[in-house]
Design a protein around this ligand. Structure first.
Ligand SMILES: *Cc1c(COP(=O)(O)O)cnc(C)c1O
Length: 357
């Protein structure tokens, strides 16, 4: 039994049931006599893991048939480069900059063409999502970040891009709430928040966008390479994909994304309600744009923030320090964080406020 709750933004908690499955399988996976870490990715037993991961993700996210799903390496950050290299045929794209990762994606793309920032919320330290954004003509795509991990913001509604493919970095909310896949050209996400261990990255690509890579696009970054080879072009991160597959099984058993979204809304609601009803805690985000995955908050002073983080850690509430760009605290409450953990944090917050008024 573990007696801490880990509020890390990523890598973050995994479901305890999944870790127990991993433990049970570690020496001898499915009668193979081997750990998944030791087996060939060409072995039938691994091909089954790879195939089941895709089937389950398709089912969980209700991914339409006109989309390909691949599991690649390099993290979400590698996709910052892959996106322009796979899509920038006219050489022109717009980005909405709503945080640190959105800004990195935008800067990376600038190496490859005429890349504009259509809107940014940097003027208010990324505490809101820009509305009614206008885009240029003749674009290959528009890129957004639907959940901003560091700042705790989230798109309540998507920008209207008409026929222009909308691309999103969904790293910190994929599988945490409903995502209407059909509204996007490409959805990508690093695993280490809501999917599994770091090392594997999910890319969901609409088929008409999957084979448009620029001639200079490296083979390894070309989505079509991995689509053709069912994510087995080269040695994949087998162990990470296997754990992701177990997380998908766990989530399906729990009732899927609709069920976990209810729980996630309940968890986030507990914290936001406490913060909003308190004169001690503050959350700087525009209420309509709040994330249910990442909840940043502050006490009345940086000194008290530090005391909060240290005392919370002693109470088993770990990794609550906010990102250096925001300060204060941040509770990342992804799918694997039980209601009980958030309840314990809320109780601690109430007690700390009374004791430090
Ligand atoms: C964590 C995160 C990233 C970085 O992911 P890597 O897999 O480390 O490259 C990018 N975008 C968002 C929204 C994130 O939350």
């Amino acid at each position: 039994m573990r007696n801490v709750f880990n509020f890390s933004a990523g890598p973050s908690m995994l479901p305890e049931d999944v870790l127990k499955d991993v433990q049970a399988d570690i020496l001898n996976y499915n009668g193979s006599g081997m750990s998944v870490m030791e087996m060939s990715h060409r072995a039938k037993v691994y091909e089954e893991i790879n195939a089941e991961a895709e089937v389950l993700l398709r089912e969980l996210m209700n991914i339409p048939d006109n989309y390909d799903v691949i599991f690649v390496q390099g993290g979400a950050s590698m996709q910052f480069e892959a996106i322009p290299l796979n899509l920038l045929n006219k050489g022109k794209a717009d980005y909405i900059v709503t945080g640190n990762f959105a800004e990195k994606a935008w800067k990376e793309a600038q190496k490859f063409g005429d890349i504009a920032c259509a809107a940014s919320s940097k003027d208010k330290n990324f505490t809101y999502i820009p509305q009614n954004v206008k885009f240029r003509e003749g674009l290959d795509y528009v890129h957004i970040t639907t959940n901003n991990t560091i700042f705790g913001t989230h798109y309540a509604s998507l920008p209207d891009t008409g026929d222009i493919p909308l691309i999103t970095d969904a790293s910190s909310h994929i599988l945490g709430e409903h995502i209407d896949v059909g509204k996007f050209g490409v959805i990508y996400a690093g695993a280490q928040k809501n999917i599994g261990p770091a090392g594997v990255t999910v890319v969901i690509v609409r088929k008409d966008l999957s084979d448009k890579a620029l001639p200079a696009c490296p083979t390894m970054l070309k989505w079509s390479t991995q689509i053709k080879e069912k994510s087995l072009y080269n040695t994949p991160p087998c162990f990470s994909t296997y754990v992701a597959m177990l997380v998908f099984r766990w989530l399906k058993k729990l009732g899927g994304v609709a069920a976990i979204q209810k729980i996630n809304e309940q968890k986030a609601g507990m914290l936001y309600e406490l913060i909003d009803n308190s004169s001690f805690y503050k959350n700087a985000v525009n209420p309509a744009d709040r994330s249910i995955m990442n909840v940043p908050f502050t006490t009345p002073s940086p000194e008290l923030d530090e005391k909060f983080i240290s005392e919370a850690s002693k109470a088993g509430l770990k990794t609550l320090k906010g990102h250096r760009l925001v300060g204060g605290m941040r509770a990342s409450i992804y799918n694997a964080m039980p209601v009980e953990g958030v309840q314990k944090l809320a109780d601690f917050m109430k007690k700390f406020a009374v004791e430090n008024k």
